[in-house]
Design a protein around this ligand. Sequence first.
Ligand code: COA
Ligand code: AMP
Length: 634
Amino acid sequence: MTDTPNTSRYAETIAAWQRDPEAFWAEAARGIDWVRPPDRIFDPSLGAYGQWFAGAELNTCYNALDRHVEAGRGEQNALIWDSPMTGRIEYYTYSALRDRTARVAGALAALGVQRGDRVVVYLPMIPEALITMLACARLGAIHSVVFGGFAAAELAKRIEDATPRVIVSASCGLEPGRVISYKPLLDAAIAFSAHKPQSTLILQRPQVTATLIAGRDHDFAEAEAAATPHAPVTVRATDPLYILYTSGTTGKPKGVVRDNGGHAVALHKTMSMLYGVQPGDVYWAASDVGWVVGHSYIVYAPLLAGCTTVMYEGKPVGTPDPGAFWRVCSQHGVRAMFTAPTALRAIRQQDPELLHYAKYDMSKLETQFLAGERCDPPTAIWAAEKMRIPVVDHYWQTETGWAITGNFKGLGLFPTKPGSGGRPSPGYDVQVLDDDGHVLPRGQAGNLSVRLPLPPGCAPTLWQNEEGFRTSYISDFPGWYRTGDAGTIDEDGDVWVMGRTDDIINVAGHRLSTGAMEEVLASHKDVAECAVVGAKDELKGQVPLGLVVLKNGVSRPHDEVVKELVALVRDRIGPVAAFREARVVLRLPKTRSGKILRGSIRRIADGEATVAPATIDDPAILDEIGVALAGRRG
Ligand code: COA
Ligand code: AMP
């Protein structure tokens, strides 16, 4: 535990929210400029669990850009794009960002995009990604950003589900040592998808020139230059702002919907309450716009709050060295920074004494925030010791859009416990439930759950799949949102997240479905059955590990089959799956009813003591798996 004195206003803030949640959120709503202010704060009769600010109207892009220009912040930097991948740094004032966004909105409108239409955004970490997202918000159109590390088939699934009118993409993304041409991936995805967009807008980067298909593909820069700036379109608070697909338990990703009003209110509130930053401060989330952290804390929240946001096209190490993060913080005067624990582990591997940190003036950086996966205590302790600032782990999900638990810089930090995700954010009544839905006493492990309603900013539904929302999250424990994580709450109220209760794994802070990988492995002509588990990895937290049983009569060398399986997952899901390891086994351990014992496989892979479950069909198989996995790396 750190020795921060406990002068936090956390307890009184939670008490104020508990006393009158609607008054708490009504007050927070004053941070947003409404076209029609909310008169009803929460309506329990709407949607799957009620809706926030129904009846109110606003425009999110106006709140992120125009209002700051009107209030005199036009010359302040809104965005700093720092790209060690290209050696460029670009600064955009609020005025400049508003002007470009209004033009890009005009370009999208010229392609027929209107309020409620979907726009798929498949862009690398360049300013145009943020500008396109805000341009969609300006039009009341719904963006769906797809992470660049996904393969064409995954992009196709998202195109098919969101049915976009337009897709915005670029000629390439840049990864260390390789340039990824996006256009062939995009063309393949459109070919796979039953839904075809009317048009695409393609940003030509200097590294690669994409071939454009006449009549369908348009040059981004030309379209922007020719466009008439578009004014913000008023939408309802409950209208969708975006869809962000995330891994579920099957190969079909879930389209998490975010609304406009609740999202703006909650995110604006978190910038001061949680991150402790004020208008004019520089804030940096070292994530990717393809993930929820990028949506919330690269794009929307810092701009809603009038801060300067940093967008970084680079890695924690190798671009050019493990001091890259500290160079960015020092050069731009970052006050609060957010990254994934895996990034700190990567830095620690290369710079265990954090010598690079001392090379820079780090006096502005006050707090290091971490999320995306549990931060292992050695990494949290190492970081706090070497950085000499508070290191705050906070726990959240794509579905919630902001922290379920954390430690609140703006309220004064309470003592942190390495390994814990902190205490519930005001707005979330977090409890641990047993499998029958009963609240468990402090200290007992079970299903981490949030009493309904979820606070503003959390997903109201899944895209065109309200039933899926109910069955995935709320029908198991009526009156509760089931996070899908297991955990405990200790006597002080600190929450300890222990891992998923489903088949989702977390690889380098990226959420992936083992079910989706199993579907790919099972499609290989030689595979009879398979299981994928998340095995421990020192750098990435977890990595996928596949076990396959080959069909009778297949006598090819196992290495050959494994190589094909690795290539297949990369080709169908993408490099981000980091699927590099598979073993051929004779049989998989199963229960007598035929369910594969993935938990036992994972424990064997991690070298943990494994007791055969009472339901196991043949305990001898566990020994066979032990032999097959002996000496695996990781
Ligand atoms: N476009 C295309 N490919 C991408 C990509 C993108 N946007 N992002 C990652 N990839 C590729 C990588 O190049 C790598 O490919 P390879 O198999 O050819 O090497 C593969 O996907 C796996 O990437 P990653 O898991 O990121 O591993 P890495 O070894 O390249 O880097 C870290 C390791 C720790 C540096 C990196 O994982 C990292 O920065 N993690 C932080 C994660 C994060 O910010 N998460 C957001 C949640 S807050
Ligand atoms: P994503 O939706 O990609 O943000 O992934 C959400 C999942 O990541 C959660 O359900 C957790 O399993 C895990 N997660 C995120 N942040 C944390 C954290 N701070 N501690 C523990 N697990 C986390």
